[in-house]
Design a protein around this ligand. Structure first.
Ligand code: ADP
Ligand code: F6P
Length: 320
């Protein structure tokens, strides 16, 4: 029977992580399980930095972005020796299970700890929406809201000056944040790892929008790591009737108060994580699939292909 659990946030932070910490803590405490918050992900675990959580420890955090526990990256955690040291630290405090909120890298760490005897449950926390085994990750909806708000503002000024705004959004190697933003903002083009990048095609389309469609502005949403947006903006100014301006939204996308959708998702997923631990399960990750909270082995999730967004790309094209 599980008596003491730990909780940590790992990798890039995401709005809604606090809501997940709150949910896990409150649901566990209400089931008579003690909870320890571990600071700064696996780094804090290695350094044995943790705090016993009370009901009040998670008061006033539901609406706050970031993570009250802090997050970090610890590349050395891939080494078995470091993992064993972490297991030792958990055992010293009597912690028998762990909830890990993070991305697929953090999931791999959770799997390693489970194999060493500590039941771990992974919750998908990242703005990138790039974790297999779930339709949506905690933080994606908030980041999308931020992107949409920013692009709506850029549209105003672009229209006034006959400009083309190239907007770089995050997503790591996943185009979801760019695609969803593009659909919601009525962008003229979207460039993601899934669409690929063809510079001549982009310039030709912009010339067409200017000369044939007489658009007052154009918005191009670009996934980070796809192309250099500053250089694309210069080429647009030189080769089309639009004046190009690049905006990199950057880490602003990671902050802010989580949307109700993210608070709800995090609360539901946190509850599921505790229920799985009570059932004695480990090495599982929680997801939401067709609006149902579910779970699957982490190994299985990591092997799954990412959800195809073909239909949404098609919709984007049909809205042109
Ligand atoms: P994310 O969890 O958002 O994907 P990272 O890929 O940076 O972020 O992973 C977060 C942390 O998870 C890493 O700093 C490392 O401590 C741990 N981690 C990543 N990959 C592995 C792995 N293969 N085995 C064990 N731990 C890992
Ligand atoms: O995984 C979240 C994320 O914000 C990615 O979208 C981005 O590529 C990366 O983290 C940025 O990492 P850092 O915070 O280390 O700059």
């Amino acid at each position: 029977m599980v008596r003491k659990i730990g909780i940590l946030t790992s990798g890039g932070d995401a709005p809604g992580m606090n809501a997940a910490i709150r949910s896990v803590t409150r649901v566990a405490l209400n089931n008579g399980i003690e909870v320890y918050g571990i600071y700064d992900g696996y780094k804090g675990l290695q350094e044995n930095r943790m705090i016993k959580m009370q009901r009040s420890s998670v008061s006033e955090i539901l609406a706050r972005g970031g993570t009250m526990l802090g997050s970090a990256r610890l590349p050395e955690f891939k080494e078995t020796e470091i993992q064993e040291q972490c297991v030792e630290n958990l055992k010293k405090t009597g912690i028998d299970a762990l909830v890990v909120i993070g991305g697929d890298g953090s999931y791999r760490g959770a799997l390693a700890l489970t194999r060493l005897g500590i039941n771990c449950i992974g919750l998908p926390g990242t703005i990138d929406n790039d974790i297999p085994g779930t339709d949506f990750t905690i933080g994606f909806d908030t980041a999308m809201h931020t992107c949409v708000e920013c692009v709506d503002k850029l549209r105003d000024t672009s229209s006034s000056h006959h400009r083309c705004s190239i907007v770089e959004v995050m997503g790591n190697h996943c185009g979801d944040l760019a695609l969803y933003t593009a659909v919601c903002c009525g962008a003229e083009m979207v460039i993601t790892p899934e669409t690929g990048y063809d510079e001549l095609e982009v310039l030709e389309k912009l010339r067409y929008l200017d000369e044939a469609v007489h658009k007052t502005h154009a918005i191009v949403i670009v996934s980070e790591k796809t192309t250099d947006v500053q250089s694309l903006a210069k080429k647009i100014s030189l080769n089309t009737g639009f004046s190009g301006r690049a905006t990199v939204l950057g880490h602003i996308q990671r902050g802010g108060s989580p949307t109700p959708a993210d608070r709800m998702l995090a609360s539901r997923m946190g509850e599921k994580a505790v229920d799985l631990l009570i059932e004695g399960k480990g090495g599982q990750c929680v997801g939401i699939i067709e609006n149902q909270i579910s779970s699957m082995p982490i190994e299985e999730a990591l092997e799954r292909p990412r959800i195809s967004r073909k239909k949404l790309y098609r919709l984007f094209d049909r809205l042109m």
